[in-house]
Design a protein around this ligand. Structure first.
Ligand code: 9MR
Length: 355
């Protein structure tokens, strides 16, 4: 470790002690609201289903847009920035006393077709910096937290130093990650800056390799003085795979010992390989969620937990991973009729313990 690690840690701890705004959506809580709990939503779903709006305003203290801050929406072409849809979600949040996170600034996936024309390093660097500077400045002081770089490690890393191929990685190498965090910090020095990734939580060789790669990347970012504040564990859990509570605890403890916050950003449980019985299935789903959340909260409070949707009626899992028996998936805290499931009881317990 180089010397600047200590400076980063000292800075991180001081910031954590005084941070009320940065990444801390613990503010107003009314009635049933679970402090620090939020859900990913789309503007279209919120506008078309009042039950979704009611559920979010009843249970959540924060939201995150599923699509509305991704490149295809914000950047219809190389010269245009379009914030109307994300602004719609921010208006909804503000009108209802919720905070909003930003997702995401840099990702290997879901880039608009025009980015295929980016073929050299100077253009890639200029485009990346310009995007981050413009988007983060536009929302300066309005969002609590940004997923700055999303899914930067390979699905199954062969070595901890391996990074996921992408437009940015291919043209700029590993430096694109540092560049992205620096550009975001320059544009909003107070917003929480997050490195967000998936499949860190479970038992198995691939998950252990991913933890090692994430550790390597975070360590490298701190060694180079990169302004990162938190690691986001997406927590798209697999119903049939146990949580590696020891491995996860070690990983989270290490990030915290380096002065970083750890947050849960996209929690849900893929139940396609679980038994058909709803009671049995919901119990296993809740156990996975409890194992992850109680592992993380056993060491320090978890100030931000977001599920990727709130109701089973609106989940990417049902489209991407339908059950072989064709029964509806049950990946989220509320069922398709917006009734709370054991998953929500875990959220309630964990958020009350943290309060
Ligand atoms: O759930 C999202 C799906 O509706 C979109 O089509 C897809 C591409 O934008 O993104 C999904 O959300 C992903 C998130 O942005 C990053 N982590 C994995 C999520 C599920 O694929």
């Amino acid at each position: 470790m180089k010397i600047n690690r200590r400076e980063v840690i000292a800075g991180g701890l001081a910031a954590a002690a005084s941070a009320v705004v940065r990444g801390a959506p613990l503010a107003a809580s009314a009635g049933d609201r679970r402090n620090g709990y939020g859900a990913a939503v789309t503007l279209a779903d919120l506008q078309s289903d009042v039950r979704l709006k009611d559920a979010v305003t009843r249970y959540c203290t924060q939201i995150v847009p599923v699509y509305e801050l991704k490149w295809p929406t914000v950047r219809p072409d190389a010269h245009t920035f379009s914030f109307a849809k994300a602004d719609g979600l921010l208006d909804f949040a503000r009108q209802n006393g919720l905070t909003m996170r930003g997702h995401n600034l840099v990702w290997y996936a879901d880039l608009p077709a025009w980015t295929k024309e980016i073929k050299d390093a100077p253009t890639a660097e200029r485009t990346l910096r310009d995007h981050i500077a413009t988007v983060v400045s536009y929302y300066r002081g309005k969002l609590t937290s940004w997923d700055v770089v999303n899914e930067a490690i390979p699905d199954f890393p062969k070595r901890p130093t391996e990074r996921r191929p992408s437009l940015w990685q291919n043209l700029l190498g590993d430096s694109y990650i540092r560049t992205a965090f620096r550009a975001a910090a320059d544009a909003d020095p107070d917003v929480q800056l997050v490195l967000n990734d998936y499949d860190i939580e479970s038992v198995g060789e691939r998950f252990a390799a991913r933890r090692a790669a994430l550790r390597n990347l975070v360590s490298d970012l701190l060694d180079t003085g990169t302004p990162i504040n938190a690691v986001g564990l997406q927590s798209h859990l697999h119903g049939e795979i146990e949580i590696d509570t020891d491995g996860l605890a070690r990983c989270v403890a290490e990030f915290r010992s380096w002065g970083l916050d750890v947050i849960v950003t996209e929690l849900d449980v893929d139940d396609r390989f679980l038994p058909a019985s709803v009671t049995e299935r919901d119990a296993i789903v809740a156990k996975r969620v409890n194992d992850v959340l109680s592992t993380i909260t056993s060491q320090a409070p978890l100030r931000s937990i977001l599920t990727w949707g709130i109701s089973d009626g609106y989940s990417w899992i049902s489209q991407m991973f339908p059950r072989p028996d064709h029964l509806p998936n049950r990946p989220l805290p509320l069922d398709a009729d917006f009734q709370p499931k054991p998953f929500m009881d875990v959220i309630t317990k964990v958020t009350r313990e943290a309060a």
